[in-house]
Design a protein. Structure first.
Ligand code: F6P
Length: 328
């Protein structure tokens, strides 16, 4: 099969993340380097079903390495979850003469690719693109580093006003149901407390910690809260709870939201994307399929896509301890 691949499709799917364009650029340029054609598939599986394709050459991806978002757009497709929908997609790929796919996205994207491969023995290679960093088989997903820098920059700004008004701020960050953004951005921004789903500290522990901070002379505090946190209260309810239970606290809330998904990708994400794109295309040309490209200890590796699909990943216990010590 390896020497029959002369046209590769590339698409982005699921929540976009900074670095996706750099990955698209790398896939297209690697195809051009190996003198094979590359077809951009717009809007993920939805566009695949509709045959929303465009031939891309090395010049098509000029000046996108530094752009957030994805030039191929992204969409979540319910139709692709049906056999009929996947058949339509397969027929479109056949009509276009596409022999293999590079899928840039999260575990939902990989699930679709895996089922598609099972039904049609169609070669797929995944590139992990999500700010959540929640995919097993890679130390980093594309966009995580950029999202951390965006969150830290925002929290630094919040700290300026918090310290000017002796206020406590609850800052909610993304991450779906894992706490990697919260933990790393919390440590990086010097947060007094970090609430992550992986470790439910409990509300009493939070109050004690805030009281201790105040007694040691901290007149303002930042508490970073993962959106998937399991205290059972959202950040607005946490604000009310602290105001009701701690004297003299002036509390505000800031939800960072989708700004964490945008922005120019960091150098780390651009380099990671470039390395992953080369690996994905060259693996397909070597006849490999049903893998995700990952980075483990700074080595670009292949990881079985069915295991990456079940991605959750444990929180870094050592970093959690560091965050506890830093809030002394
Ligand atoms: O998976 C990336 C992510 O940004 C999560 O961190 C967040 O919970 C979710 O997507 C938001 O999804 P949507 O963009 O559909 O609102």
């Amino acid at each position: 099969m390896a020497n029959q691949i002369i046209k590769i499709g590339v698409m982005t799917s699921g929540g976009d993340s900074p670095g996706m364009n750099a990955a698209i650029r790398s896939v297209v340029r690697t195809c051009a380097f190996h003198k094979i054609e590359c077809v951009g598939i717009y809007r993920g599986y939805e566009g695949m079903i509709e045959g929303d394709f465009k031939l891309l050459d090395a010049r098509s991806v000029n000046n996108i390495i530094n752009k957030g978002g994805t030039i191929l757009k992204s969409a979540r497709s319910t139709e692709f979850r049906t056999k009929e929908g996947r058949k339509k997609a397969y027929d479109q790929l056949q009509k276009e003469g596409i022999h293999a796919l590079v899928l840039i996205g999260g575990d939902g994207t990989f699930t679709g690719g895996m089922i598609f491969n099972e039904e049609y023995d169609f070669p797929v290679i995944g590139i992990p693109g999500t700010i959540d960093n929640d995919i097993v088989g890679t130390n980093f997903t594309l966009g995580f580093d950029t999202a951390l820098n965006t969150a830290v920059d925002a929290i630094d700004k919040i700290r300026d006003t918090a310290s000017s008004h002796k206020r406590l701020f609850f800052v909610e960050v993304m991450g779906r149901d894992v706490g990697h953004i919260a933990l790393n951005a919390g440590v990086g921004s010097g947060a007094e407390e970090i609430l992550v789903p992986e470790e439910d500290l409990g509300l009493d522990r939070l109050l004690e910690s805030l009281e201790k901070s105040r007694h040691t002379g901290k007149s303002s505090s930042i508490v970073v809260v993962a959106e998937g946190d399991k205290t059972g209260k959202n950040v607005f309810e946490l604000r009310d709870y602290v105001e009701d239970n701690l004297e003299g606290y002036d509390v505000r809330v800031s939800v960072l939201g989708h700004m964490q998904r945008g922005g120019a990708p960091s150098c780390f994400d651009r380099v990671l994307a470039s390395r992953m794109g080369v690996k994905a295309v060259e693996s397909l040309l070597e006849g490999k399929k049903n893998y995700m490209v990952g980075i483990i200890n700074n080595k670009i590796e292949l990881y079985p896509i069915d295991k990456a699909v079940k991605g959750d990943s444990t929180i870094d216990a050592e970093l959690l301890r560091v965050s506890d010590i830093m809030s002394t």
